[in-house]
Design a binder for this molecule. Structure first.
Ligand code: SAH
Length: 361
């Protein structure tokens, strides 16, 4: 059965043409979906009743089942979704406003079932990648998370930092964030939408050519290739030099500050020399370095650095003139880091999950 949220305009257009309906019906449906957070066709009270019944039978809005919905004391909510096309993914709503911006509502969305990049510390990729999500499945996560908000709350940011590698599913990710940024979609400015990547230079270049309005985050995790090859195995095929050059080109196109993410792993990439190398690598670039103390994954041998080590690491970065942010944890009681909840629901040995890094503004 076709999914309404896949090729939304085409499906709505086809349906309106077939029924000989006026154009404003499409506008009405878009408004219900994106603005009024409709639960189903029946809720769309300005559509004729017969039409609503017919649409409910022929064109499903939702294709996923909520397998689990968890809420943490800090307001973080997480959904584990079972997909009609097979597999499970997670997505998260973060109420992570600062004192100046308490109304910040960020959603963290998945792009694939599993992940093929194999970062050694990450739970999402422990079993490899099963498949790409469809545009509809990505958009559905956004709409389901938006429906968790109270009527007065508004979504403000989207980060493609859930399960999967967004740039390995670029077309579907772009179609979904395209809907998110449309005025008659979720209406979220592209500068508040972050696409996070392990660093695939070709795909970064393609993103720059196709649509450079979004914020780009690069998961760096090491300041030199020797170390990065160990932590991020895909690096063997690419290398930091090519990634930085693709990221610089993207910056030229987008003019948006780049974000680099760095998961801090005790005794592995947390030494003073690593901080000094990072300063050399990133100096002169208009960028933010997001340092994420490792969020332990059960069964994996990595550890979170002590707060003393974190402080020393941070001091070298700041003394070196970098803009740095250290991530605090959100929702860790509910396994809010993507991949964690999915694993905990699988019959195998329980494996916790990752930290969610949220964008800078
Ligand atoms: N594949 C993309 C997006 C998903 S991962 C990417 O690599 O950017 C989103 C972020 O969570 C990445 O920076 C990733 O390195 C980080 N992450 C994964 N596992 C983690 C863990 N156990 N602790 C802390 N951060 C983690």
């Amino acid at each position: 059965m076709p999914h309404l949220l896949d090729h939304l305009d085409r499906r709505l257009g086809h349906w309106a043409d077939e029924q000989g309906l006026p154009g404003y019906r499409r506008t009405q449906v878009r408004k219900w979906l994106f603005e009024k957070r409709a639960a189903d066709w029946q809720a769309m009270s300005d559509l004729p009743q017969k039409l609503r019944q017919q649409l409910a039978a022929e064109l499903p809005i939702w294709t996923t089942q909520i397998a689990k919905h968890t809420t943490a004391g800090d307001g973080t909510e997480k959904l584990l979704l079972t997909l009609a096309g097979g597999g499970q993914v997670e997505c998260v709503l973060l109420r992570d406003g600062t004192a100046e911006d308490a109304s910040r509502r960020t959603i963290c969305v998945s792009s694939q079932v599993g992940c093929g990049m194999g970062c050694v510390f990450c739970a999402s990729g422990l079993d490899g990648v099963d498949r790409n999500l469809t545009t509809g499945e990505i958009l559905e996560q956004m709409l389901l998370l938006q429906r968790l908000l109270k009527p007065k709350e508004r979504l403000s940011h989207i980060v493609m930092m859930g399960m999967g590698e967004p740039l390995a599913n670029l077309d579907n990710v772009l179609a979904a964030v395209g809907e998110a940024s449309r005025e008659d979609g979720l209406g979220i400015s592209p500068r508040r939408i972050t696409i996070s990547t392990v660093g695939l230079p070709k795909a970064i270049r393609r993103l720059g050519e196709v649509d450079s309005r979004y914020r780009l985050a690069i998961s760096l995790h090491a300041p030199n290739d020797e170390l990065r090859n160990q932590i991020v195995p895909i690096n063997h095929k690419v290398g930091i030099t090519d990634i930085m050059s693709a990221a610089d080109d993207y910056y030229e196109q987008s003019k948006r500050r780049l974000t680099f993410e760095y998961v801090l792993l005790a005794h592995i990439n947390d030494q003073p020399e690593h901080a000094r190398q990072l300063v050399r690598l990133l100096s002169g670039r208009h960028c933010l370095l997001n340092v994420i103390p490792y969020n332990p994954v059960e069964g994996l041998p990595y550890e979170t650095p002590s707060s003393g080590v974190q402080r020393s690491f941070r001091k070298i970065l700041e003394d070196g003139g970098l803009s740095v942010r250290f991530r605090h944890r959100k929702g860790d009681k509910i396994n809010a880091a993507c991949g964690q909840l999915r694993r905990s629901m699988q019959p195998q040995e329980e494996k916790p999950l990752v930290e969610i890094a949220t964008p800078s503004d």
